[in-house]
Design a protein around this ligand. Structure first.
Ligand code: CU
Length: 318
């Protein structure tokens, strides 16, 4: 009698477990689907038909006005932090020196237009911040303990990077006992947000994950996401530029073996086979996510510490 009771209890338990498992799975799946759908609905309310267009005339005109400068070959040297340095503070001073064939190229913000040549500074694999005046200090503040990377390259007023040899530099450094506030993002001394320590501290358009260096090998093929970034208003959103830096490898259209794969809002994957910026028009208003990946000829991701697959969010407000 007792053993029958136990047996029936077991059967009942088994039945319960068997029932519960699929129920939970269904609930979770539905919940996930609902979330995904909600996100997609918010992110892509209308069918967005992006097409590649030529460089906007406004930029062509600016290039003409800049004269020789556009053909400059600026090179950067990182004075501080030194590659491999350990910094015993959450404040990290950045010093760069600029050399090369400058042809008048000088980072400097024009106070009237708030534009100008500048250096893109990337902490770990976060969106870049702009460094305009190399004569004034640039500091990273509230950098968390652990290993980090910084990447630098010179850029034009419309954020297109210079792609000559020596323009790009990357350093690795370690913050030890820096005492950073983990609930707040790293910033610059000008209060630009460099990273997000957690979701609560994340401002719009910034990745919501802790900023740590990946296991990046500076000698391996490395795709550095540069643009698009931030908010595009009015006519700025007519044609939005995708631009990146490519180190230690060539794209197949330039005689190499790699491709840059991109997609917007998780949509159809497209490819860039020559290393130059492209402009896309047809953006719908709202938050858009842009993913750039370095892939081989077979379309497989060429991993380098997680840095070769980067998704960033932008805001389009036409
Ligand atoms: Cu820029």
């Amino acid at each position: 009698m007792k053993s029958i009771k136990i047996l029936s209890l077991l059967v009942a338990l088994t039945a319960l477990t068997a029932c519960e498992t699929p129920t939970n799975t269904n609930t979770n799946t539905n919940a996930n689907r609902a979330n995904v759908n909600t996100t997609n609905t918010n992110a892509a309310p209308t069918a967005q038909n992006l097409t590649e267009v030529s460089r906007p005339k406004k930029i062509e005109d600016e290039i003409a006005t800049r004269g020789e400068q556009d053909k400059a070959a600026p090179t950067i040297a990182v004075v501080e932090p030194k590659n491999g340095a350990t910094v015993a503070s959450s404040t990290v001073k950045v010093k760069l020196s600029l050399a090369g064939d400058l042809k008048g190229y000088k980072p400097m913000m024009d106070m009237a237009t708030k534009m100008g040549n500048h250096i893109h500074v990337i902490l770990d694999n976060q969106p870049y911040e702009a460094y305009y005046n190399l004569d004034s200090e640039f500091e990273l503040r509230n950098v968390s303990d652990g290993e980090h990377t910084l990447r630098f390259f010179p850029s034009r007023p419309w954020h297109e990077s210079y792609k000559n040899a020596g323009a790009f530099q990357m350093v690795k450094f370690t913050v030890k006992n820096g005492g950073a506030d983990a609930t707040k993002p790293a910033t610059t001394n000008a209060n630009q947000t460099m990273s997000n320590a957690n979701a609560n501290a994340a401002p719009e358009g910034k990745e919501m994950k802790e900023s740590k260096a990946g296991n990046v090998d500076a000698a391996k093929p490395l795709l550095t996401y540069s643009r698009p970034k931030g908010e595009y208003k009015g006519a700025e959103a007519d044609a939005i530029m995708i631009d990146f830096w490519l180190s230690n490898g060539k794209l197949q259209g330039d005689g190499g073996e790699y491709r840059v794969k991109y997609s917007v809002d998780g949509g159809e994957a497209k490819y860039i086979d020559k290393w130059s910026p492209i402009w896309l028009s047809g953006w719908a208003n709202g938050t858009r996510s842009v993913k750039l990946e370095l892939v081989d000829k077979a379309g497989n991701l060429v991993d380098n510490g997680g840095y070769n697959s980067t998704t960033q969010e932008i805001t389009v407000a036409k």
